[in-house]
Design a protein around this ligand. Sequence first.
Ligand code: 9D3
Length: 233
Amino acid sequence: MLRCDIITIFPAFFREAFDHGIIRRARKAGLMEIKAHDLRGWTNDKHHMVDDRPFGGGDGMVLKPEPIFTAVEDLTGATRRDDYNDKLRVVLLSPQGRVLTQSLAEDFAKNAEHLVLICGRYEGVDERVAEALVTDEVSIGDYVLSGGEPAAVVLVDAVVRLLPGALGSETSALNESFSAGLLDCPHYTRPPEFRGMQVPDVLVSGNHGEIARWRREAAIEKTRRNRPDLLSN
Ligand code: 9D3
């Protein structure tokens, strides 16, 4: 069982996010438990302040360290990174992180029993969180989001489907196609002609050797067109 605690100022963002498809099934099967926690619940002051102005000046606000440290202490029982056991990962979703890859998702699925995801907001998070609490600072790619919440959903989705038993046995083999370094080939279903567009003859030929060859060629062509970087590596 993988336990996943999300620390956020927008817990409602996640209300339906984990209630569909494979994630929902994995939760119902007891493979994973996901909870989104309101960071404001770990504040003491009347106004539940989670942010403050940056030292050194500049625009925007920074998430304060105190509520986040208290949250991680409550959720993990540990006060700092040195006290974590090796099944605990505390992840900060941030534009400054290393980019999420399939192999990092595999590492979490295989080696973690408890994930704590900290969602940044505003201009950022007080750096002492990264220094003392965070095991992995992770971005989901080179584009600007408004906060870490969508990135947390992406990370959970990528990890859940790798948990043993989350996918049917038929689909789990498909999973390996991405790690193989090529994009998937195009797929077609009925009808064989739609608005004048034909399904390639070879796919309805019944010749499985020819079909396999076509799919390999079509995957290479798709990769050359959309992700040439995957072919040069
Ligand atoms: C002005 C500099 N910006 C940093 C690159 C400011 C800034 C932009 C976006 C500060 C915070 C954010 C909020 N984004 C995230 O918290 C975030 C994120 C992202 O923006 N892109 C990809 N992955 C992630 S994970 C968390």
